[in-house]
Design a protein around this ligand. Structure first.
Ligand code: GRG
Length: 295
């Protein structure tokens, strides 16, 4: 089993345990709500962010159990963002991960509340790091601070506000700023929070900061390239939204992704063998780069 598949299993069972603990009443409306939460979380997506958390923990000789809990908490936040992103007042999407979006399967009210619950429950999981995994109170506060600030009004939510309000014709710097916030910040937090389960030196922190920032952007560029490829294959016009492909074109987007991949791998050279899972993950992300998009 690969590193990523291994992590998917561990994260799924931790998320299952969180559901069991956080929704105690198994009858009436709360039983239905528990189904809404389960529907949104399972089957999951790639669980890429938790994989980053575990890989960063490995690079810093961190605490594996704590990294699994942090990865699960980040996955709760990521899934909240997807539920809310699909709502009619946001991206208005009917499908997510090949099935009905949560608000379509249930209703908007329950979907909104499911997002709120997942976001809030993530912080229950994080606040239990000292009790469950002997992480110091100081490190726990730092982990919570990084995740909350990357998810909140100056992080992912800021990116979503810009996405909601900006025209498809924004400039390249504006698009990059949007992507760094909407997509990159939570990815960056996944890396840094994993590292903090160990005791990274200042130099190691700086290296991981560079890595986290670079792959956050790579993630969005690859997502835009994938969308462009699907539009061509399905002969459907791309929706009018700002994207790297729309602003830079296919070749320059690939070139930018490949530069960032190079920068991220260079940044973590100092970890030697301990950095192998981090390299594996960025390579996995870039593995679709040779993709051929012909309009
Ligand atoms: C609603 C506050 C709020 C934020 C929403 C995550 C997000 C911000 C919007 C999703 C829109 C989107 C398609 C962004 C592109 C990159 C991205 C985050 C894709 C989805 O993440 P994956 O590919 O999803 O990791 P899986 O299904 O694998 O978990």
């Amino acid at each position: 089993m690969s590193f990523v598949q291994d992590i998917q299993k561990e994260i799924d069972s931790t998320l299952e345990a969180v559901l069991q603990e956080q929704v105690p009443q198994r009858r009436g409306p709360l039983d239905k709500f528990s189904k809404v939460l389960r529907y949104a979380l399972f089957p999951g997506g790639k669980r890429f962010r938790p994989a980053l958390t575990m890989a960063a923990a490995k690079a810093c000789d961190g605490n594996k159990g704590a990294a699994v809990s942090i990865g699960a908490a980040i996955e709760l936040i990521h899934n909240y963002s997807l539920i809310h992103d699909d709502l009619p007042c946001m991206d208005d999407s009917c499908l997510r991960r090949g099935k009905q979006a949560t608000h379509k399967e249930f209703d908007e009210g329950l979907a909104l509340l499911a997002g709120n619950a997942l976001l809030t429950d993530a912080f229950v999981v994080l606040s239990e790091l000292p009790k469950r995994h002997s992480i110091s109170a100081e490190s726990t506060i730092e982990i919570i601070n990084i995740i909350a600030s990357c998810a909140g009004s100056s992080g992912m939510v800021a990116g979503q506000v810009l996405d909601l309000k900006s025209s498809p014709k924004i400039s390249f710097p504006e698009l990059e700023f949007l992507a760094i916030h909407k997509t990159g910040k939570l990815i960056y937090a996944s890396v840094m929070a994993g590292a903090l389960t160990g005791k990274p030196t200042q130099e190691e922190r700086k290296a991981l900061e560079k890595y986290g920032e670079a792959i956050g952007l790579v993630f969005q560029i690859m997502d835009d390239l994938d969308d462009a490829k699907s539009s061509v294959e399905q002969r459907t016009p791309e929706p009018p939204r700002a994207s790297f492909v729309q602003i830079l074109g296919v070749e320059e987007s690939k070139q930018r992704a490949s530069e960032l991949i190079g920068e991220s791998i260079k940044a973590i050279k100092i970890f030697g063998k301990r950095g192998a899972p981090l390299v594996e993950l960025v390579e996995l992300l870039g593995s679709k780069l040779p993709l051929n998009i012909q309009g």
